[in-house]
Design a protein around this ligand. Sequence first.
Ligand code: ZN
Length: 379
Amino acid sequence: MVSPWEVVQLKLDAEGKRLDIKVDFAPGSTFPCPECGVACKVHDASSHTWRHLNFFQHLTYIEARKPRTKCDRHGVLTIEVPWAREGSNFTLLFEALVLELARNGLTVAAVGRMVGENDTLIWRLLEHYVNEARARADFSGVSAVGVDETSRQKNHVYVTVFADMLASKVLFVTEGKDHTTIADFKGDLVTHGGAVESVTDFSLDMSQAFIKGILAEFPKAHLTFDRFHVTQLMNDAVDEVRRKEQKDCIELKGTRYDWLMNESKVEPGHKPEFDTLRVSKLATARAYHIKTMLQELYEQHPDDAEAWFSRWYFWATHSRLEPVVRVAKTLQSHREGIMRWFTSALSNGLLEGINSLIQSAKARARGFRSASKIAPHRC
Ligand SMILES: [Zn+2]
């Protein structure tokens, strides 16, 4: 114990499995005034108890009198004890144990059971440290931001996640998924020392709300439309063509996933039949080839990408396949952001990973009470 603190009594209750450590300061001890540091006499003191790390199987508590000093200049002030932070009923070592358990992937409920404390106290503790870390976060180096949304609950409450794409770190999590979400992010970025003009790139899907928000709040930033969302739109078109055609074409029954997969992933058992279908004159086969050619766009040399996309667009819009034409027009109107990938190389894979972590955390927590529980956005 740091002077003037000393252990004055140990009380071990073997039956009750409890150890009480009584700590006190000697009569006549002085403490530095929290304001000016001048050594002051103790004015009064009140008793407190803190939960400490277990001593083997014994629940362990530290009991001490918390002094208040009386400074000539600053009056009566409470002295914080060196083993606990202000307002906490746990010692710092006990809190460190809880943080470590939570960081190792245990749910709050599991941590609570393990240490024998209720969830609310554990949440409060975690929230304190997460908020503290958030308050210290420095966003001044952020230049490329990924944004994606995930639904929080079955009732379509959306959570939008912003990440620093170069540092692979979550920057901001908030409820909602409209253009004001981008303004909220901007506010938080600036609060943490980030600059609007430093953000040169955003990676996102083709969400109109996010596009609108970014154009308004970060007018100089470039948009990169996530390549997997781009090809996903085309996959949906292939599926739509197949569904329609399947009504008159029995061979297409049971082939849905073959058309959606990459060719190399088609089930070996389906392969011979699929190969026959693939080279047939079916509308689904044509849509599938158009999709494949779009995927190949991303394998082109940056200098050839524009020409490739133009050829693809011509082919797709002359396919007479309504869903394919529709998607081609959508992609054409987002062309700049699709092509930007060849410069920025950004994709939202990182965010998909983060979102699946949020989803699994959610499943384990069986619903959390507020969005702030995952990564508080208030400081
Ligand atoms: Zn003072």
